[in-house]
Design a binder for this molecule. Structure first.
Ligand SMILES: [Zn+2]
Ligand SMILES: [Zn+2]
Length: 173
């Protein structure tokens, strides 16, 4: 309970009850946010992933000083992992947020089975690879990668990473 879910159409984190869309019978949707989904239907049923990435990218570009083209491509990568666009729900690493697209991306449990929660970089043989990593240290670690990947200012990258990882279960109190 109280676990943040991600809208499987736009990628918005949904924490409060009012963030969730609604089904035909008035119950809350499990998968989609209130902006994307109401009364059991998408609010924009014909929107394409590129149009969605264009919108999301424009917002990110403005908020975080990311060059527009980079923001759009990044948004498209993220959207491509969501149920509405991928056709199935792809899990994200609950520590770093990396999508667990393929089996090789998944971490391993003690018995050698694949983790369904964490990626191979964060979790091996049933343990975190960096068990003492704090949320702040994780921001310091991931922000420079994000900054160079998206060609954005480092302080903005820190803001974005801090905001993003606080939605991941490992960092939620
Ligand atoms: Zn949404
Ligand atoms: Zn990870």
């Amino acid at each position: 309970m109280g676990k943040t879910k991600t809208c499987q159409s736009c990628g918005m984190p949904m924490a409060k009850e009012s963030d969730f869309g609604t089904e035909k019978n008035g119950s809350k949707s499990d998968d989609y946010c209130t902006y994307c989904y109401q009364n059991g239907a998408f609010t924009e049923p014909v929107i394409t992933i590129d149009e969605m990435a264009e919108k999301g990218g424009a917002i990110m570009s403005q908020m975080y000083g990311i060059p527009h083209e980079n923001a759009k491509n990044f948004a498209r990568e993220q959207l491509g992992c969501l149920k509405r666009w991928a056709g199935r729900e792809i899990l994200f690493c609950e520590s770093c947020g990396m999508p667990l697209m393929r089996d090789e991306d998944c971490g391993t449990e003690n018995d050698g089975s694949k983790s369904t929660k964490y990626c191979i970089h964060c979790y091996m043989n049933g343990k975190f690879t960096e068990p003492n990593l704090t949320k702040d240290a994780a921001v310091e670690k991931y922000a420079p990668m994000m900054a160079s990947h998206l060609n954005m200012p480092l302080d903005k990258a820190k803001e974005m990473v801090a905001h993003y990882i606080s939605t991941l279960p490992r960092w939620q109190k």
